[in-house]
Design a protein around this ligand. Structure first.
Ligand SMILES: Nc1nc2c(ncn2[C@@H]2O[C@H](COP(=O)(O)OP(=O)(O)OP(=O)(O)O)[C@@H](O)[C@H]2O)c(=O)[nH]1
Ligand SMILES: [Mg+2]
Length: 442
C-alpha cells in the first residue's frame, strides 16, 4: 500500500545522503519534500503539519551520534515520530474476567465486517480460545449465509436466526448459547449500511446495550482514504469505539487513512486485514508499519544497533576512566552533553562523585544555565588543557573566561570542583572511599 510514499521518502533521504553536516536549510528542504509526499499520500493535513513540526524541532540542533550520519539521524527521528503518529505501542484485545468476552464489529457496507469476523475467530482459535460467531446482520439473507459458510470452513460455531428476529434478540440468545458452549469469545457481525444514518446508529446502540461488549471495533476499508477517517470519527462519537480494524491494507491505495486515522480519531488500531483469505489478518504493530512506510528496515536496524553498542561502549569506557582516575575535562564535557540530552541533572550528580553537592546547591532552574556555562568554559579550553587541567594558570584562566563570557573566578570554581572530583576518583581507585561511595568503583 505504501509503495509510492515509501519511494518518495527514500528519495528525500538519499538526497540528504552522507553529508557531514546538515544546515537548517537542508533540513527544511527535506521536510518540505516529506510534507508533499505525505499530502500526496492523502494523509490528513493536520497530521502532516503536526508531524513535520515535531520532526523539525527534534532535527535542528540535534547532537550527531558519532556512528551515524546526519541523514541517518534524521531517519531515526522521522521513524520515531511516525510511530508516535501511528500509535505508540501495540494495542491488545481487552477481554473479560468472566468469559465469554465479547467483540462487536461495526462499520459501513462492504468494509469487510463479515470477513473480519471470521478472521478474528480464526486468530483467537489459534491462540487457544473457543470463539462463537454471531450473525446479527439480519438485513440480508446472503449476509447470514456468508458467515455460516465461513464458520463452517474454520470449524467455528455460528449463531444465526430467522431474519425476522431483531438483532438485539439474536444477541441475547447468542450470549446464552455461548455460555452453553463454554465459548470464551463471542464475535458479533452487525449490519452495515451505505452511509451512516440514524436507523443504523439506533440499532447498534441497542445491540451494544444487550451485549455489553469488551470491544467495539470499527472495521474500515483503508482504501477509502480520508473518508475512512471521517467514518471513524463519526462512529466513535455516536457508538463509542474501543478499537479499529483496517482492512484491505494489501491494496494499492495511497495509505493516507492508515496514517491519519489513529491520530485524528484517537482510537487505537488493533488489527489489519491484508487480503481476502481468512488468514490474511495480523495484529497491528505501529513500529513495523512505520518501517514499512519508510521502506528502510535495514537502515533502521543499523541505527538501533549503532546506538546500542555506542551506549554500551561509552558506559564501559566511562567506568574504566573513573576506576583508573583518568577521567578528564574532555570526558566531563561529553558527560555534560549526554546529560543535557537526557534532561535531569540528578543523573549527573549520581554518576559523578563530588557533583551531587554542586547540583543541590544550585537554585531551581539555574542548573541548566550552569550546565551551559560549564560547557562554554570547557569549549574555550584547548584539548591539552582539557586533558590536563593542572596546566591552567592565571593567564590561561583569563583567556578561557573571556572566550566563554564568564568571570575568572567561575573558571576557578569549575577547576576546583573538578579537582575535588578527581581526588575522590583517585581515592576510589585506591579503595579508600567510604563504603557508600565505593559502590561505583566495584
Ligand atoms: N483484498 C482484501 N479484501 C478484503 C479484505 N477484507 C475484506 N475484503 C473483501 O471485501 C469485500 C467485502 O467484505 P465483507 O466482509 O463482505 O464486508 P461487510 O462489511 O461484511 O459488508 P456488508 O455485510 O455488505 O456490510 C469482500 O469481497 C472481501 O473479500 C482485505 O483485507 N483485503
Ligand atoms: Mg457483512
Amino acid at each position: 500500500m505504501f509503495e509510492v510514499l515509501s519511494e518518495k521518502l527514500s528519495n528525500v533521504f538519499r538526497l540528504l545522503g552522507n553529508r557531514g553536516r546538515l544546515t537548517e536549510k537542508d533540513i527544511d528542504d527535506a521536510l518540505r519534500q516529506v510534507r508533499l509526499a505525505l499530502l500526496e499520500a492523502d494523509v490528513n493535513f493536520k497530521v502532516v503539519k503536526d508531524f513535520t513540526t515535531r520532526v523539525r524541532e527534534r532535527s535542528i540542533g540535534v547532537d550527531v551520534l558519532e556512528s551515524l550520519t546526519p541523514a541517518q539521524q534524521i531517519i531515526k527521528i522521522v521513524n520515531e515520530e511516525l510511530i508516535a503518529t501511528l500509535g505508540d505501542g501495540q494495542s491488545t484485545l481487552a477481554s473479560s474476567s468472566k468469559p465469554p468476552s465479547v467483540a462487536m464489529l461495526v462499520g459501513l457496507q462492504g468494509g469487510g465486517k463479515t470477513t473480519t469476523a471470521a478472521k478474528l475467530a480464526l486468530h483467537l482459535k489459534h491462540s487457544g480460545q473457543t470463539p462463537l460467531l454471531v450473525a446479527a446482520d439480519n438485513r440480508r439473507p446472503a449476509a447470514v449465509e456468508q458467515l455460516v459458510t465461513l464458520g463452517g470452513q474454520l470449524d467455528v460455531p455460528v449463531h444465526s436466526e430467522d431474519l425476522k428476529v431483531a438483532s438485539k434478540d439474536i444477541c441475547t440468545h447468542a450470549l446464552s448459547r455461548a455460555k452453553a458452549l463454554a465459548a470464551t469469545w463471542v464475535i458479533v457481525d452487525t449490519a452495515g449500511r451505505l452511509h451512516i444514518d440514524e436507523a443504523m446508529m439506533a440499532e447498534l446502540a441497542q445491540v451494544k446495550k444487550v451485549l455489553r461488549p469488551d470491544e467495539v471495533m470499527l472495521v474500515v476499508d483503508a482504501m477509502t482514504g480520508q473518508d475512512a477517517v471521517r467514518v471513524a470519527e463519526e462512529f466513535h462519537s455516536r457508538v463509542g469505539l474501543t478499537g479499529l480494524i483496517l482492512t484491505k491494507m494489501d491494496g494499492d491505495a495511497r495509505g493516507g487513512a492508515a496514517l491519519s486515522i489513529r491520530w485524528v480519531s484517537g482510537v487505537p488500531i488493533k488489527f489489519i486485514g491484508i487480503g481476502e483469505r481468512v488468514d490474511a489478518f495480523e495484529p497491528y504493530y505501529p513500529d513495523r508499519l512505520a518501517s514499512r512506510i519508510l521502506g528502510m528496515g535495514d537502515v533502521l536496524t543499523f541505527i538501533e544497533k549503532a546506538e546500542k553498542t555506542l551506549d554500551e561502549q561509552k558506559a564501559k569506557e566511562l567506568q574504566r576512566k573513573v576506576k583508573t582516575a583518568s577521567f578528564n575535562l574532555e570526558d566531563f564535557l561529553e558527560q555534560l552533553r549526554a546529560i543535557k540530552k537526557m534532561g535531569p541533572i540528578a543523573q549527573l550528580a549520581e554518576m559523578l562523585p563530588g557533583m551531587s553537592k554542586l547540583a543541590s546547591r544550585l537554585p531551581d532552574g539555574a542548573q541548566e544555565e550552569q550546565l551551559k556555562k560549564v560547557e562554554a568554559m570547557i569549549l574555550s579550553m584547548t584539548s591539552q588543557e582539557r586533558q590536563n587541567p593542572s596546566i591552567i594558570g592565571g593567564s590561561r584562566r583569563r583567556r578561557i573566561a573571556q572566550g566563554s563570557g564568564v568571570k575568572s573566578h567561575d573558571v576557578n570554581q569549575l577547576l576546583n570542583q573538578f579537582q575535588q572530583m578527581q581526588k575522590l576518583m583517585k581515592m576510589g581507585a585506591k579503595g579508600k572511599l567510604p563504603k557508600n561511595l565505593m559502590g561505583m568503583f566495584q
